[in-house]
Design a protein around this ligand. Structure first.
Ligand code: MLT
Length: 401
């Protein structure tokens, strides 16, 4: 009999978004009439189709695969040079220098934020904010790691800061934040970077929602902060930026400056380790997808993506305006597609989930799924259509007005 990874026994029975899908489907099956009225503002899945520029490039990629002269087999595990150069140019456009050699193209930030645990041994002090995207916590539980939570709450605007008295080895940060929509300022990120450098720690920075930042003063990358290249890995995604939730593409930056010591004093480069890990366990993102990804970062691609992002931000405003009118306290929704609100009438978040589903057939995400500090909060996404979002908010007014 195989000995199993019993750390899995310590996980919640199912992944948050699978649980929501399951509960919603069960409700719809039991109440088919109401089920047909369900508006889904739960998982952050986009609804706008891919932009024309991306689509044309994907078609080009497909055509290339159909001819012996242009056919591509296994590609570089790190990503094609053209894609990595396009990503580096995108960083540059946002005022940040990233070497294409430090960029690894992948099938998405979820995989990379999960797989990065491969690089770390046992016994680290791991700081993870709470509430947080569940992948960081679950993947650490799978490894049997202990996690120290950083409390995010209304008092700190869901932007926890380091405690100089507490040591850390690994720090997870996400800004703009999933689920709260809160966004760290440059000054706040500088404090985190200085803290990481003092502790000889690594920051794992999830920047999947950077394209939603519209204030030029707010950093879209941790590398906008001095010293971050010596302590931070950054994860990015095309899912929310360019509508790639189904197409799958992301990228991770692992600067070559990130060198730590083994227990016997040997220098170990995180870039070399990640490269080794990817070469062993990953055969690269498909050529066709990378053709599409490359043009996401072109002038036209950026324009098309921004058009969609503005559409989602209009939805976010509809949600925010409604909550304001209803005097429901909320966070986010400005530099983020997520709105994080306090459950009305003292409900806990799963009760709120049932209440909304049963009374107005609106599906959201219970804050408890993102951690203890989310137990009285609820997340709505702005990734629905404008019509459905508006309708959902009209239903909110009838329920809470
Ligand atoms: C979310 O809803 O939090 C995200 O869509 C999940 C993800 O990006 O994997």
């Amino acid at each position: 009999m195989p000995r199993l990874n019993e750390n899995y026994l310590n996980l919640k029975e199912s992944y948050l978004f699978s649980e929501i899908a399951h509960r919603t489907a069960a409700y719809a099956e039991k109440h088919p009439q109401q089920g047909a009225q369900i508006i889904r503002l739960g998982i952050g899945d986009v609804t706008k189709p891919l932009g024309k520029t991306v689509l044309a490039a994907l078609h080009e990629g497909v055509d290339a695969m159909g001819s012996a002269e242009t056919f591509k087999g296994y590609g570089p595990e790190q990503g094609y040079e053209a894609t990595r150069n396009a990503i580096a140019a995108y960083y540059k456009r946002n005022g940040v220098n990233v070497d294409p050699g430090d960029i690894f193209v992948s099938d998405g930030a979820k995989s990379d934020t999960g797989n990065i645990t491969d690089l770390f041994g046992p016994g680290n002090v791991i700081l993870i904010p709470d509430p947080v995207y569940p992948v960081y916590v679950d993947t650490n539980i799978m490894c049997g790691n202990e996690v120290t939570f950083l409390n995010g709450n209304a008092e700190n605007q869901f932007l926890p800061m380091p405690d100089p008295k507490q040591h850390a080895d690994i720090i997870y940060l996400c800004s703009p934040n999933n689920p709260t929509g809160a966004c760290y300022s440059r000054e706040q990120l500088k404090i985190w970077v200085d803290y990481a450098l003092q502790n000889n720690a690594v920051i794992l920075f999830d920047s999947a929602y950077e394209a939603f930042i519209s204030d030029p003063e707010l950093p879209r990358s941790i590398y906008a902060v001095e010293g971050a290249e010596k302590c931070a890995v950054e994860f990015c995604s095309l899912s929310k930026t360019a509508g790639f939730t189904g197409t799958r593409c992301g990228y991770t930056v692992v600067p070559r400056e990130l060198v730590f010591r083994s227990s016997t004093g040997e220098r170990m480069s995180l870039n070399a380790m990640w490269n080794r890990r990817q070469c062993t366990k990953f055969n690269g993102t498909s050529y066709i997808v990378q053709k599409g990804a490359e043009v996401v970062f072109s002038e036209e691609g950026i324009r098309e993506c921004q058009e969609n992002i503005q559409y989602y931000k209009r939805n976010a405003k509809v949600i925010a305006d409604t909550l304001e009118k209803l005097q429901i306290r909320f966070f986010g929704g400005v530099h983020s597609p997520y709105i994080w609100f306090e459950c009305p009438n003292g409900m806990d978040s799963w009760s709120c989930f049932d209440y909304l589903l049963e009374n107005i057939q609106v599906v959201g995400t219970p804050g408890a799924g993102f951690g203890e500090n989310g137990r009285n909060y609820f997340r709505l996404t702005a990734f629905g259509t404008f019509e459905k979002t508006t309708e959902a908010m009209e239903r909110f007014v009838t329920l809470f007005g």
